[in-house]
Design a protein around this ligand. Structure first.
Ligand code: PLP
Length: 230
């Protein structure tokens, strides 16, 4: 059962080669292992392969895993799922990062609910870059105002942007969409120096994302295998 370990090795090689291909250092792109629906034993295998950052989509499932691995001080948990306001407290109490903030209301709740003895919660603003009705996220027009408001909240640290573009297997189109995100990211960075994270790219489009400037790819399938239909 070396598969997960082998997959992590392969994904890291793919990240490094995509980065080198466009003159970036592989160190600029970190790997978030998306472990939604995966068992603690699968996560253990990833940890044994040196993977410490995990992304989860479902709050209750995630906090069971976070509690299970609580003794493990190196782990970093990222919430990447749809954030409902009645679940914001658990996200504020258990996670290190939240990638899916798309309203001032939810940001205010997270800041208010973040325990005082924990470091600020790292926040990415989710952009609905393909303008899909069914997807969360704000438009780029709304970004300056939301960023300014989040910046003033005491228990949050604005770190950057995240997007999930519409599925598309055409490389030039993937790249063009990701480049719009990169432009917005550079602009945000000028105004907020602590901004350093652009969360872009999944199993099927990580190469385009890295070429466009992603600093963090969220990879599930290529590490853990297919989740099947959920
Ligand atoms: C499930 C998920 C991923 C991982 O997708 P794969 O295609 O399995 O790599 C990445 N980001 C988000 C927001 C997800 O929900």
């Amino acid at each position: 059962m070396i598969t997960i370990q082998q997959n992590i090795h392969d994904v890291k090689k793919q990240i490094a080669s995509a980065a080198e291909h466009c003159g970036r250092s592989p160190k600029e792109v970190s790997l978030l292992a998306v472990s939604k629906t995966q068992s603690v034993s699968a996560i253990k295998k990833a940890i044994n392969a040196g993977q410490y950052a995990f992304g989860e989509n479902y709050v209750q499932e995630a906090i069971d895993k976070i509690a299970y691995f609580a003794h493990h001080s190196k782990l970093e948990w990222h919430f990447i799922g749809l954030l409902q306001s009645n679940k914001s407290r658990l996200v504020a109490e258990y996670f290190t990062w939240c990638h899916t903030v798309d309203s001032l209301k939810i940001a205010q709740r997270l800041s208010h609910q973040r325990p005082g003895n924990m470091p600020a919660l790292n926040i990415l603003i989710q952009i609905n870059i393909s303008g899909e009705k069914s997807k969360s996220g704000i438009s780029l027009n709304e970004l300056p105002q939301l960023a300014e408001n989040i910046y003033t909240l005491p228990n949050l640290q604005l770190r950057g942007l995240m997007a999930i573009p519409a599925a598309d297997n055409d490389y030039p189109r993937q790249l063009a969409i990701f480049q719009q995100m990169h432009q917005a990211f550079l602009l945000l960075k000028e105004n907020y120096p602590q901004v350093d994270t652009l969360s872009l790219g999944m199993t099927h489009d990580m190469t385009a994302a890295i070429h466009a400037g992603s600093t963090l790819v969220r990879i599930g399938t290529a590490i853990f295998g297919s989740r099947g239909k959920t």
